[in-house]
Design a protein around this ligand. Structure first.
Ligand code: ATP
Ligand code: MG
Length: 223
């Protein structure tokens, strides 16, 4: 099944003379069980495309189907609920809450969404796997860049979403951690039948991909 299906998606920013078309007639699908990569120059619209895939932003034209649901048909409230239940974001700026410890970042998610999240044992397992169990009582400003990135990754998948969207998830990781994170994302697709879309410049991620796409001048093409 196509977990994500974008049809003829276009998006511009700015007005009149300053109008700038970032995405021009994009078609894209990502199936359950797949890891798909999107590359492209800085400023080419990768993050914009990812936020459209995640129903955080609407295209000017075209349709977005997520798990066969037409996003444009959802009310604002239904859309929030859909995002909360179906989509895991790992954003480019690791958006941890500054006044909460790592542990409490997850407590907060449990408050917003009391059912269906990882168990304490699953969370422990994952923090061990990504090497951040030592820092669960630290605040975000007490984490290294790589640690905060790994915590943000765990938080992105803590709700067990079917659609996982990751923006440069390996940017501040060393070789070993890149392998661990890629293996994790690959396992989510292959073993748990999720769909994973990764925006990255990191060529170390390529070997885990089912398809690699390049976004240039508003056009998306498979490499
Ligand atoms: N809210 C906005 N308003 C106006 N312009 C925007 C907005 N968001 C993004 N842009 C512009 O759209 C273009 C694409 O931005 P985007 O962040 O999607 O690029 P990117 O491919 O993710 O780049 P990077 O690799 O540096 O993260 C840029 O020229 C950016 O300035
Ligand atoms: Mg970006």
């Amino acid at each position: 099944m196509d977990a994500i299906k974008l049809t003829n998606v276009s998006k511009s920013f700015g007005q009149a003379d300053n109008r700038f078309q970032v995405l021009d007639n994009i078609n894209f699908t990502s199936k359950r069980g797949e890891v798909n990569i999107i590359t492209g120059p800085s400023g080419s619209g990768k993050s914009t495309l990812l936020t459209i895939m995640g129903a955080l932003r609407d295209p000017d034209e075209g349709t977005v189907l997520l798990e066969n649901e037409k996003v444009a048909n959802l009310s604002a409230k239904a859309r929030d609920q859909f995002r909360l239940n179906q989509i895991g974001f790992i954003l480019q700026a690791h958006t941890l809450v500054p006044y909460l410890t790592v542990r409490d970042q997850f407590v907060l998610v449990d408050k917003v969404r009391p059912e269906g999240n990882m168990s304490a044992a699953e969370l422990q397992n994952l923090t061990d796997r990504l090497g951040v169990s030592r820092v669960v009582d630290h605040f975000p400003n007490e984490l290294s860049g790589g640690q905060s990135q790994r915590v943000a990754i765990i938080r992105g998948i803590y709700t067990k979403p079917n659609i996982i969207l990751a923006d440069e998830p390996t940017a501040s990781l060393d070789e070993q951690r890149v392998t661990e994170v890629c293996q994790l994302l690959s396992d989510l697709a292959k073993k748990e039948n999720k769909t994973v879309v990764v925006v990255t410049h990191d060529e170390r991620v390529n070997q885990y991909a089912d398809h690699i796409y390049e976004l240039v001048d508003g056009h998306l093409s498979e490499k």
